[in-house]
Design a protein around this ligand. Structure first.
Ligand code: FAD
Ligand code: NAG
Ligand code: NAG
Ligand code: NAG
Ligand code: NAG
Ligand code: NAG
Ligand code: NAG
Ligand code: NAG
Ligand code: NAG
Ligand code: NAG
Length: 625
């Protein structure tokens, strides 16, 4: 797939008309116009115009306050939707139902199906192939979940889109983008629905679903002089997931940089947002690996963004975040050699040893974060409080040492393990060597589950400075302990994320200094009212998250693992890259065809949720006007 060719005969009538409106700033030329479907030529011009590329000049006078919704005079006719379906080769899904609709009164009620869905609800396998479900149900407004998970009493459409294009070709994406833009309706881009902030949902939207762009091809020798890369690469469709990519890479004795979870869509939201990996301490972020993107722009063009073609878009798509600059259909990434890997999972609790000894063990570990990250390792560990029993748990899951022998890994862990032994802590560090990264990855990470209905997570990247002196390490440790004592579940990644090739891209500069990427969750009673939930969530930001920010001034959070209530998210998610990202948003999507909460430029809009909670169950409207 490259820039598609455009048969001149199809372009005679409509492309010329469209090119007359083309935006000279964007340099849209007749030859770059949409590969029009010949069936469009048979439509009356008013209908055909709904599918055409269009000028991106913002209208000077009338700007709607909200996107166009059902019930508005401007909402597309049934005939228009039906044409969209025809033109997309009958791949338009109309009003797809939430899975648990079978559990609620109404035409879909089916007790047996409901029992089956309830039994397997938390498995991400059942959600990833669904056109609308959100892996974080809090973000869709908590409607239509299995009643024993959360009883919404009614199955409404909540934050779910109304129409979904099950796209398999760039043309389907172009038609969807043009249709959404020309009609002023809300557009959503969804890949797997993993997003923790709900950035792949949107009430009554048209959603473009990229999950079935599944091609993956190996390129023996990819050469880009501009980027200084020559070596193997993979070109993957946007829908290829971690388990598919790692397998395909392994078959060529290669590895690629992807996330830990097996169903994450690593060539959709993950890679555009940065992306950390079990290989990040060796190779940098996911976005640092990108050599080229195929992308459909807000204008409806299908273009290549690489170091020599649309280089500014290429820069923005490496770290600037998904659903902001275009819809990616394929990504070419660097391939690295397969490598042996050593990994270990273990845990201990405060139950027998008491609080002070437990915390002394955690404190001892903090002393090794810098050397372990610098050695190229990845440690994923959680700290779990239990208020009822007063017991704390430390769970290493796993300590992951790519390219390290058993001896090298034991040598790295030994200083901390000696201190744990001296503290009398019982733990069972099963340190195992694997011949390949692929085997180690498969053995070390569990299948991810659908998120809880009463929790949300915030994050912070603690830089090297937080670990460079005894005083700083103590300060950081006290702040982690305090969060545990405040009943926060914590998830930590001890990694560094420096790109050995030092690519210039939009990745959050805070990643480059990171030593501990830390997350903590706020939880609330399942039966809490909307008012109570908002209060609890705001307090979490003002207290425990604020303490973490206060001890890491100028650092940031990670846009893909964050809270929708993160204050000043532009600085936090992009730091010094934010001003340029805003300029590129204005250039590539001046009409805000693309929106996702907390994305670049999203400050101009707000989802007016029906319960005033931070979720997707309301209309998307402008903030001022
Ligand atoms: C269990 C679990 C494990 C995770 N592990 C890791 C990890 O190890 N490392 C890490 O860095 N992150 C991890 N994440 C976070 C992950 O990076 C984000 O959830 C990411 O957004 C997933 O991308 P997706 O395409 O699968 O998800 P989606 O929810 O489908 O999309 C996420 C965002 O990207 C946009 N988007 C998706 N596809 C496209 C496209 N083709 N073109 C343009 N925009 C698009 C969407 O509009 C949305 O804004 C994990 C998440 C979960 C739930
Ligand atoms: C429910 O699951 C069982 C066992 O997998 C299966 O046999 C049955 O057909 C399912 N029922 C429905 C209605 O899907
Ligand atoms: C369920 O939703 C419908 C449609 O929004 C509404 O008319 C009805 O009153 C709701 N019923 C309950 C019990 O909330
Ligand atoms: C989406 O398209 C894929 C590929 O053609 C197909 O396998 C899948 O069943 C479709 N899903 C839905 C919900 O239509
Ligand atoms: C970038 O993409 C264009 C268009 O496909 C191509 O001609 C060019 O060779 C690519 N640049 C590099 C460095 O690969
Ligand atoms: C440990 O600390 C927790 C919370 O801070 C407390 O509930 C618990 O009672 C303490 N346990 C012991 C044995 O002191
Ligand atoms: C992996 O180890 C080998 C042998 O020690 C070394 O040559 C290679 O550079 C290492 N790779 C990385 C990415 O560190
Ligand atoms: C150690 O872990 C490996 C890999 O997970 C597993 O195969 C092995 O059985 C474990 N050994 C023990 C003693 O638990
Ligand atoms: C969150 O909900 C789960 C059930 O889904 C419940 O077990 C847990 O106690 C709830 N958490 C809080 C803080 O109430
Ligand atoms: C939630 O449940 C608890 C105990 O089950 C009860 O004390 C509390 O009042 C309930 N809150 C609301 C808002 O219903």
């Amino acid at each position: 797939m490259g820039r598609p060719s455009f048969p001149a005969r199809l372009c005679v009538t409509i492309c010329l008309a469209a090119s007359a409106q083309a935006n000279p700033v964007l340099g849209i030329s007749t030859s770059a116009l949409l590969d029009l479907d010949s069936r469009l030529l048979e439509l009356p011009s008013t209908l055909a115009s709904l599918f055409l590329p269009q000028s991106l000049q913002p209208p000077s006078t009338t700007t709607r306050r909200c996107k166009v919704y059902p019930g508005d005079a401007a909402w597309p006719s049934d005939e228009a939707w039906s044409k969209l379906n025809q033109l997309t080769d009958n791949r338009l899904l109309s009003k797809p139902q939430p899975q648990a609709a079978v559990c609620y009164n109404g035409p879909s009620f089916d007790a047996e199906k409901c029992a089956n869905i309830t039994a397997t609800w938390s498995r991400s396998y059942d959600h990833m192939n669904d056109p609308i479900e959100a892996m974080s149900p809090v973000t869709q407004g908590m409607t239509c979940l299995p009643p024993n998970v959360f009883d919404s009493h009614n199955c409404t459409r909540g934050g779910f889109p109304l129409y979904v294009i099950n796209a398999t070709e760039p043309k389907h994406v172009q038609l969807g983008v043009n249709f959404a833009r020309n009609n002023g309706i809300r557009l959503v881009v969804r890949n797997t629905g993993h997003d923790f902030l709900g950035k792949s949902s949107g009430k009554d939207a048209l959603s473009i679903w990229t999950h079935y762009f599944k091609d993956m091809t190996y390129i023996e020798e990819y050469l880009d002089k501009e980027l200084g890369y020559s070596g193997p690469a993979f070109k993957a469709g946007a829908g290829v997931q971690a388990f598919e990519a790692y397998k395909a890479a392994s078959e060529k004795s290669r590895t690629i940089v992807g996330g830990e979870g097996e169903t994450v869509g690593i060539f959709g939201g993950y890679i555009q947002g940065g992306g950390h990996s079990p290989l990040t301490s060796l190779y940098g972020t996911g976005a640092d690996q990108v050599l080229s993107y195929d992308v459909v722009t807000a204008a409806g063009d299908f273009v290549v963004a690489n170091s020599t073609s649309n280089a500014d878009l290429f820069w923005a798509l490496r770290g600037g975040g998904g659903s902001t600059f275009g819809v990616v259909t394929a990504v070419t990434v660097k391939a690295h050699p397969e490598m042996p890997t050593t990994a270990s999972r273990f845990s201990f609790t405060s139950e027998k040893i008491g609080n002070e000894t437990f915390w002394a063990a955690v404190r001892a570990y903090v002393d090794y974060f810098i050397p372990n990250a610098d050695a190229g390792t990845y440690a994923y560990f959680v700290l779990i409080p239990n208020v009822l029993s007063g017991i704390f748990t430390f769970n290493m899951s796993p300590f992951f040492a790519p390219n390290k022998t058993l001896e090298e890994t034991n040598a790295l862990l030994e200083p901390w393990f000696t201190r744990l032994n001296n503290l009398g802590i019982e733990f069972d560090p099963n340190v195992t060597h694997f011949d390949t990264f692929y085997d180690a990855w498969r053995s070390s990470f569990p299948l991810e589950v659908v998120q809880k209905v009463n929790a949300t997570t915030g994050s912070r990247m603690f830089p090297r400075e937080n670990f460079q002196s005894e005083e700083k390490r103590e300060e950081l440790f006290q702040n982690l302990r305090k969060s545990s004592e405040n009943n926060r579940v914590q998830v930590h990644f001890n990694i560094k994320a420096v790109d050995p090739d030092d690519a210039d891209n939009a990745v959050n500069p805070a990643w480059r200094k990171n030593i501990l990427f830390a997350q903590q969750a706020v939880r609330w009673p399942v039966n809490a009212t909307a008012e109570e939930i908002l209060k609890i969530r705001e307090e979490f930001q003002a207290t425990d998250m604020q303490r973490w920010r206060d001890i890491s001034p100028g650092a940031g959070g990670y846009l893909a693992e964050a809270d929708r209530l993160e204050p000043n998210f532009g600085q936090s998610f992009w730091g010094s890259k934010y001003p340029r990202l805003l300029e590129l948003k204005a250039k590539w999507d001046p009409l805000d065809v693309f929106f996702a909460t907390t994305s670049v430029g999203s400050e101009r809009w707000k989802v007016e949720s029906v319960d005033s909670l931070p979720n997707e169950n309301g209309k998307l409207c402008r903030v001022d006007s």
